[in-house]
Design a protein around this ligand. Sequence first.
Ligand SMILES: [Zn+2]
Length: 570
Amino acid sequence: MISVCCPCQYRLAIRLEPGIATIPLAETCGVDPATIFGEIIMLLRPLFTPLAGFAALLCVVGCGNSAVPDVASVPPAPAPAPAPGTPPVLGTKKLTVVVAVVDSLMPQEITATTPNLDALKSEGTFYTESRAIFSAETIPNHVAMMTGVNPARSGIATNNFIDFLDPLNPVERDLSLPEELAANTLFTWVDRKCRVNGLNPDIKTGATLSKKYLFEVFQGDAFDAQRANRNAKVFNVPPDSHWDPTSSPAYIGPGFEYTPDAPTMQQALTQLPEADFFFVSLGDVDRFAHALGTAARSAALLTADAQIGRLRTALEDAGRWENTVMIVTSDHGTDIATNPFTNGISTQGTLDALAGCFTPMTAVQNGGSDSLYVMDRSLPLAQRQAALRAARACLIGTTDCATLCPGATRPANAAQIAGAWYTQDDAADPEGSMPASLVSRHPNLGDLVLVAARGFKFSEPDASGNPIPGNHGHPVTFRNVMLVSGGSPWVKKGQVIAASTATPSDFDRLPEQAENIDITPTVAWLLGLNIQPGDFPEGAGFDGRILDQAFSQFDTAPNAAAPTVCGRFS
Ligand SMILES: [Zn+2]
């Protein structure tokens, strides 16, 4: 990847895809380039090598400036100040918005035994139906919370994936790459809509995220100068206060890669005083369930509840509670295997056998979901799809595997594959289309993604690959927690929003229910960020919605105006 911020404030990014060079060019230095400029680039593309020289030349052509900048990522220039005559009216009161995540918490786990969570639930608005995005994994759902868009747009569609940035050396890794996060985050929106334009230079964001990969994915696009954002119109900034959990003495390394809840909250309380918007995520419940199962999880629930209590008390002690909206949520649910040693599904052996007749494919397990990739991205689409159709037919049992390729067999527990969906629809196999409610078609999710039935999990490349009992990603873990609480009088107290249907399914996206993608639109409304569809790189608005049932302003006004201007009100 070559990324250049030209002297004229045009950004040029050249990304090597398998077999081709693509040249996104856009406004992230601050100026929206004329379409014709991009067309000139496309015409000139075959004429120049190497790419670095090409980039420099384009800066010259595009800017009329012979200076050649360093190859580096540079943040966007400030946008123009508001037009004269429309000065913002900032009140003297400060709103605090906190989004607190208890990783993998499920709605039924908020009971009298978790008194702090239970109090927030009863004092606020609780959604009986809320949903994670697919895959119901930790990184994509935290990103969904902080972008308000589905994985099809954000690009962060699962936890572990195959990175084809260098197509000759694809590597399996986690999707904690800020440059793959192809949508503006809430931290970036706050920066652009309040500070860059001068509306409220004092507004501050903060994040205390217990897991290493969550810290990493929100580091912003200045983090890696060698890798530009997949979306050339996106340039994310990190939270103003962004804690690295690996810096904690309590950090637990390989196998866990997180800091436990008590020291995480201790750290959060040091960042909280400065923050108008604060994002905190606690990992004990999830990590304990993954590793040790139900009993350990129950113990972790109590400690997580206590930490949420500390957070509330800190806001009360600081005199901020009456102007605080606290959203308590989880990224996904969890599914505890009854027998973690016998309930695995391993597809890699089958894929290896099919490779003799088709092309090599690799399975990347994410617990409850499994992402399958054709490794040779230069193959024609029809050839890749033929391999994927064979894999799908063999794995779900619609065709005998040996007739597809001699020696291929269906893996153990394959009957417990609850879904097998292409991320790019195949007209020759329409049964493999992803359910419409899962807006997660993105190459980072794989070419073919599998989900397990309740009680089962994927284990790649073989049975030893995933020995842990707690897993998520699959539909039975789509249900998550969503409650809107806090001391603010705007929050409607003691309210439960139930589903309009008697038996909502895991896949339902009912208009009255909540979803993780609703958090950013809700916070953006509370903070008065005034984000319009035209502000998005692709010209579309949020995929999520404002959780309007939770706020009194919507009782009388279906499109209630934001209650603050960049977090300030009178
Ligand atoms: Zn999680």
